[in-house]
Design a protein around this ligand. Structure first.
Ligand code: AMP
Ligand code: GLY
Length: 423
């Protein structure tokens, strides 16, 4: 098959890596790609936001399948645009992608379908939002309605913090149009885990469970990031807990979406809070997680291209999917200063070390310059390892990342700690 992967992060490198492993041979393009996709896919200099140019490229090169990484083009309707031109594409349409693109919409859907989630209300008026927050008590969570690159949820511990969050989102427009509305939500206690599903209408395949680490520092300290590491499986979401989440959340949601006119096809990422009252939904994402994909791909045995193209065609091909019994863990190496300002263009050493069959390095913010690879983003790369146990995967990943160097490299030393005792 000829496959176009859209995006430029670690997630897209991991998708290309898995697709390139077969079992059939594929020709891969990645638009725009990064320094890690360049050797395995042909990087095409078209931005992930340029839907028309991407569709022109797929049409004129007779791509058999397009796989979309990031949420923004999905929310902008890339799937609808491709389908209108007779092009096969994996991902939800614009209507379905609103589950990620609008928190107000996702809360309305969950309330209508009785999917367990935090109690909330949506406001266009800041004064009404403040009043509802006071009624909920503290802490509570203030969320920008629209896409905000993972930064739109603010936990308010007191009235002054709540007022500041509402002001920032609705008046200062810190996230632009995403702040037209706010969702004020009850604070949930518990442990977070991610459930990613391959969804086709009412049917689903459970992909490997995972947990990520959002804060920049060890012990979950410091500011939020796009994710500093992840591991799979997430022990808190295995066995009966997984069955519980499927029964209480996945089934009512997927049975109900068609009644609301939504035919969901693609990956549905459900961010869960697992607490005393069972699992509750924190958020939906309409795409693979990043960095979760960097631990998910090494745990999928089977034919990813067949799986994704069947889903694009409207069915799930269970024969193309098997879950690896191994565990996987990835550590993100970030540029100095990240998630604040950081330098780019710094050479990365150690990428050629022979790290063995259990290790893969997935580039995120890198670019090639002749024979060297330079940093080009805040999250530079992820070192991902598999093992018979989570502990073995962690030890292999930490041994491997010690080979990688660039000025100011930093990474957390406690990835996996929630599932394992201290190193
Ligand atoms: P979201 O963008 O909705 O996924 O929120 C981002 C992060 O904020 C989540 O991963 C949680 O860590 C935290 N969060 C969001 N909503 C809640 C909630 N209702 N209770 C506690 N923490 C939350
Ligand atoms: N790692 C969280 C996300 O992909 O949204």
């Amino acid at each position: 098959m000829k496959i176009l992967v859209i995006g430029s992060g670690g997630r897209e490198h991991a998708l290309c890596w898995k697709l390139q492993q077969g079992p059939s041979a594929h020709h891969l393009w990645c638009a725009p790609g990064n320094g890690g996709t360049a050797p395995i896919a042909q990087n095409i200099p078209i931005a992930a936001s340029d839907i028309r140019a991407l569709a022109d490229f797929a049409a004129s090169n007779a791509a058999d399948l397009t796989v979309v990484g990031p949420e923004a083009p999905l929310c902008e309707g890339i799937v609808d645009a491709f389908i209108a031109r007779g092009l096969r594409i994996f991902g939800p349409g614009r209507n379905a992608a609103r589950l990620e693109g609008s928190k107000a919409f996702s809360k309305e859907v969950m309330d209508r379908l009785r999917v367990p989630t935090a109690r909330s209300a949506t406001f266009t008026d800041p004064a009404a939002a403040r009043k509802f927050g006071r009624q909920l008590g503290f802490p509570h969570v203030v969320k920008a309605d629209g896409l905000a690159a993972g930064k739109g949820a603010i936990i308010a511990t007191d009235p002054a913090a709540a007022d500041a969050a509402i002001r920032q989102i609705m008046e200062e427009r810190a996230f632009g149009k995403a702040g037209d509305q706010v969702v004020i939500e009850e604070f949930l206690d518990g442990e977070e885990a991610s459930l990613q599903l391959l969804v086709c209408g009412r049917d689903w395949i459970v992909l490997p469970t995972s947990q990520d680490h959002k804060r920049v520092g060890d012990g979950d300290t410091g500011p939020n990031t796009g994710g500093m590491g992840a591991y799979s499986p997430a022990p808190i979401l295995e066995g009966p807990a997984l069955a519980d989440a499927e029964n209480r959340i996945v089934r009512p949601l997927l049975d109900g979406l068609p009644t609301l006119g939504i035919d969901y096809r693609g990956v549905l990422y459900i961010g869960l809070m697992i607490g005393r009252h069972g699992p509750k939904v924190l958020e939906f994402n309409c795409r693979f997680g990043d960095p979760e994909t960097q631990v998910l791909m090494p745990r999928i045995d089977g034919d990813l291209a067949a799986l994704l193209s069947a889903c694009a065609d409207g069915h799930l091909d269970r024969s193309a999917f098997a879950l690896s019994p191994r565990s996987a863990l990835c550590i993100v190496a970030a540029a100095p200063g990240y998630p604040g300002d950081y330098p780019t263009g710094q050479p990365i050493a150690g990428l050629d070390a022979n790290l063995g069959p259990d290790v893969a390095i997935f580039h995120a913010g890198t670019r090639r310059d002749g024979d060297t690879t330079l940093t080009a983003g805040g999250r530079v790369l992820a070192v991902s390892a598999t093992g018979q146990t989570l502990r073995a995967a962690r030890d292999t990943a930490y041994a491997a990342i010690a080979n990688i160097h660039f000025p100011g490299i930093h990474y957390r030393s406690d990835i996996g700690s929630r599932a394992l005792p201290a190193r």
